[in-house]
Design a protein around this ligand. Structure first.
Ligand code: GDP
Ligand code: IMO
Ligand code: MG
Length: 448
């Protein structure tokens, strides 16, 4: 089987890390194709919780090769911390052996983080993502492949440092970049990662030609896409399916599956309109935040919460053509008396079924809801046991409480997309797969 794409279908943090981890055992490559360490992907294996920012979530499967792909912006210092955490846990050093960095990926420099710290509008993660992509688009960025040439070119280094300092000055950031430390940082990157920097597009292409399975791991989500999201409250990369192959350096014809990961409700971190948003400190919004532990994996900021929004999900499907939905965090809704699904927006008296392009108009949209009965709250262990019965007894979704199942079926009906897996807890085992579907895999397979 060829390439499968895993994407966030909402505003990020839908549970992409868990989905990639579940598919990794059957794949020999997991590739991040955009974004950087603005991402925070969580994998829970019993008592161990992994929070990955740049390392692909296929790392848990030791037979899975890992690529930080062409379309990424990479912070080499954060990557070092991640690799050290992985080493402390497993005593494995995958870099250069099964973890490779694309020559074409761009380097996030201390300058980019300093520049990002001046953001007052978007509520970015402050990781330097936008400034690193801006340099890339301006054709002044530094790709990993460029570092050896740049180290030899003193004039260019001085020009680069001068440009960076002028830009910091222009946004009122007081820190300055020094030529000497900049040079030594570049040398360190080469020494640390020289063996891992490769022409990764060709490596993935060869794997596909050999019939291997490749996972393309999205970061952020459809509504954070620079072109198709809620601009300007978006990230700085194309998060969508169309960029999955491009950002990995292969062609789109390889893709057979595209999984959209969506929570059974909605969350958003950072600023920007959010039509189904609920008050954070009372009622169902507070329930989702508390029971779902809705705090950003990267920044720890509280995530805003709201009901499931089928208008945005259908826009995200228009762009990405999901072949299946992974519906996560259904367990979190347990205990709520009623569940709402937004089916349309009311824009100043007019009912619409698409997201207006301007954020000014989107902010005026009022959600139109249909209401469904809720289902009881269960403990984490009870959900895991239910998932085990679903798997071992070949029951699939039928194990769900009746009202939970009708909520799920209604989402399928409204979206027109089959649901291939339902998340009922953070743990790898806490998922109910559609029988015989792509997620109907053994959660006990050997990992690290
Ligand atoms: P990602 O960025 O899309 O990989 O998602 P994050 O890891 O940032 O956030 C998802 C959070 O929800 C993590 O803390 C996961 O452990 C957790 N999670 C994932 N799936 C489920 C689920 O089905 N139920 C519950 N309760 N938690 C889940
Ligand atoms: P994962 O991969 C949720 C949000 C930020 C901000 C906007 C722009 O874990 O789902 P940036 O730093 O990218 O310039 O910030 O995008 N954002 C995310 N929100 N999950 C993410 O990643 C995000 N990455 C960026 O909060 O609103
Ligand atoms: Mg996340």
């Amino acid at each position: 089987m060829p390439a499968s794409v895993v994407l966030g279908a909402q505003w990020g943090d839908e549970g992409k890390g868990k989905a990639i981890d579940q598919l990794a055992a059957e794949s020999s490559w997991a590739v991040r194709f955009q974004g950087g360490n603005n991402a925070g992907h969580t994998i829970v294996l019993g008592d161990t919780t992994l929070k990955l920012h740049q390392i692909p979530s296929g790392v848990t499967s030791t037979s899975c090769n890992l690529v930080l792909g062409d379309g990424m912006v990479i912070d080499p210092w954060v990557l070092e911390e991640e690799l050290d955490r992985w080493y402390n846990l497993t005593k494995e050093r995958p870099e250069g052996k099964r973890l490779f960095i694309s020559e074409r990926a761009a380097v996030i420099l201390p300058f980019h983080k300093l520049y990002d710290s001046a953001d007052k509008v978007v509520g970015t993660t402050g990781r330097g993502i936008g400034p690193a992509y801006r340099d890339r688009i301006e054709r002044v960025g530094i790709r990993f492949v460029d570092i050896p040439f740049l180290i030899e070119d003193s004039d260019k280094i001085e020009e680069t440092v001068d440009r960076m300092n002028k830009q910091l000055d222009s946004v009122g950031v007081l820190e300055r970049i020094e030529v000497i430390s900049f040079k030594s940082q570049l040398r360190w990157i080469l020494e640390r990662y020289g063996d891992s920097i490769k022409h990764t597009g060709s490596m993935i292409d060869i794997a596909l030609k050999n019939g291997e399975n490749v996972l393309l791991e999205g970061a952020q989500g459809a509504m954070l896409d620079i072109d198709q999201g809620t601009y300007p409250f978006v990230t700085s990369s194309v998060t969508s399916r169309a960029n999955a192959t491009h950002g990995a350096g292969i062609h789109p014809g390889h893709v057979t599956n595209c999984f959209g990961i969506s929570k059974a409700y909605t969350t958003r971190v950072g600023n920007g309109p959010f039509p189904t948003e609920l008050p954070y400190d009372e009622g169902p919004g507070q329930h989702m935040a508390m029971v779902g532990h809705e705090f950003g994996t990267t920044t720890g900021r509280p995530r805003r919460t709201g009901w499931l929004d089928m208008v945005s999900l259908s826009d995200s499907h228009r762009v990405n053509g999901y072949t299946g939905i992974v519906l996560t965090k259904l367990d979190v809704l347990g205990g709520l008396e009623e569940l709402n699904i937004c089916t349309k927006y009311d824009l100043e008296g007019k009912l619409i079924d698409y997201m207006p392009t301007s954020c000014e108009e989107l902010a005026l949209c009022k959600p139109v809801y249909e209401t469904h009965p809720g289902f009881p709250a269960l403990s984490e262990q009870e959900w895991i046991e239910m998932a085990e019965i679903a798997r071992e007894g070949k029951e699939g979704f039928n194990v769900l409480p009746e009202t939970a199942l009708s909520y799920v079926r209604r989402i399928e009906e409204l979206s027109g997309i089959p649901i291939v897996s339902i998340g009922v807890g953070p743990d790898r085992k806490a998922s109910i797969a559609s029988l015989g579907g792509p997620f109907d895999v053994d959660p006990e397979v050997a990992t690290f």
